[in-house]
Design a binder for this molecule. Structure first.
Ligand code: ZN
Length: 321
């Protein structure tokens, strides 16, 4: 089809941007207490290592640190940034996708990695590279392309501080699934179950579910089990972990039965339980194989796995037989 050929040619043009340098930017200000204070007040973060010099000195940091997630704030371009000049890769890429009607934008992912803490007086710079541009995707918002940029942060002296992957979706307004299904009245395929937000901290758990294994994250420092997955042990503070297989047996700690609002990818009434595993951790999962009106707190349950589609398998729990 001519349409497919045009799409392929457009995608080839987009792919030429992958790996292209957008540029470097120096932070307008050194890392300073005033900006930190405004940030933590806005976020409601009362950790004294950010604002109390005495407390910070007695902490493992030995001095005031900036909240790590503020990294981006130290090198923002401002609300009306000056032009990056002709031939800038990011500006060219945006103009190109917009020329094909993908004019709407939404930010979809942001991941940060930190190499070290940032201190008062550090002066940061960043360097931005276009990491990837996806093929055309149909999303709930509309048809579009995902654009991922990688931003490296370092001090003006060249010491690495961290990096950020930032992804946006540039899409055509009015081409989303809801708009499409309002169209010709043809029966639509049932929409897939919403995707979990996967990241490097929780991927292992969903990968295990695909293999029909229910696993629990375990701290290798103190052996404490924890769920949902997270990077750090809240018992001993260790970042080292592995995972163990759960027996799959537990009890209903709490539950709700959903009737409304109804989302097309689920069956109703929808029973959602907080299941306490016999290992002691709890997880949220559907309760199946029983009339929802008969579910009780404390009921013994056992895991089964539901392959919702090719990419998503989730545990569910049925009454122990
Ligand atoms: Zn631990």
């Amino acid at each position: 089809m001519a349409d497919d050929a045009a799409k392929a040619a457009f995608l080839a043009k987009l792919k030429e941007f992958e790996g292209r340098e957008v540029g470097t930017q120096d932070g307008a200000d050194e890392v300073n207490q005033a900006m930190i204070r405004h940030w933590v007040e806005a976020m409601g973060d009362r950790n004294p290592v950010y604002t109390d010099a005495g407390a910070a000195e007695r902490s493992v940091h030995g001095q005031v640190i900036a909240p790590p997630v503020m990294m981006q704030a130290w090198v923002m371009r401002g609300i009306a940034p000056p032009s990056r000049g002709p031939g800038n890769a990011q500006d060219e890429l945006m103009a190109l996708v917009e020329s094909e009607g993908f004019t709407s934008v939404v930010a979809t992912n942001c991941e940060q990695e930190y190499d070290r803490m940032v201190h008062l007086g550090d002066h940061l710079r960043n360097r931005t590279v276009i990491d990837s541009v996806s093929e055309e995707k149909a999303t709930g918002l509309g048809v579009g392309h995902f654009i991922t940029t990688r931003v490296e942060y370092e001090t003006l002296e060249g010491e690495p501080v961290g990096r950020q992957m930032f992804r946006i979706l540039k899409f055509r307004a009015g081409t989303g699934r809801q708009a499409a299904s309002a169209g010709d009245g043809e029966e639509q395929a049932r929409p897939k179950r919403p995707r979990p937000a996967l990241n490097r901290d929780n991927q292992f758990w969903f990968d295990a579910a695909k293999e029909h294994r229910l696993v629990i994250q375990r701290c290798t420092g103190c052996q404490a089990l924890r769920h949902p997955p997270r990077p750090r042990c809240d018992k001993c503070g260790s970042y080292e972990w592995d995972a163990v297989d759960a027996s799959g047996r537990g009890t209903v700690y709490s539950f709700v039965v959903n009737h409304y609002p109804q989302v097309p990818s689920f069956d109703y009434p929808l029973a959602v339980g907080l299941i306490e595993l016999e290992e002691g951790t709890r997880l949220v999962a559907n309760i199946v194989g029983i009339d929802p009106s008969e579910i009780t707190v404390g009921m013994p349950v056992e895991v089964e796995f539901v392959d919702h589609d090719a990419d998503l398998t989730l545990p569910a729990f049925h009454p122990t037989k």
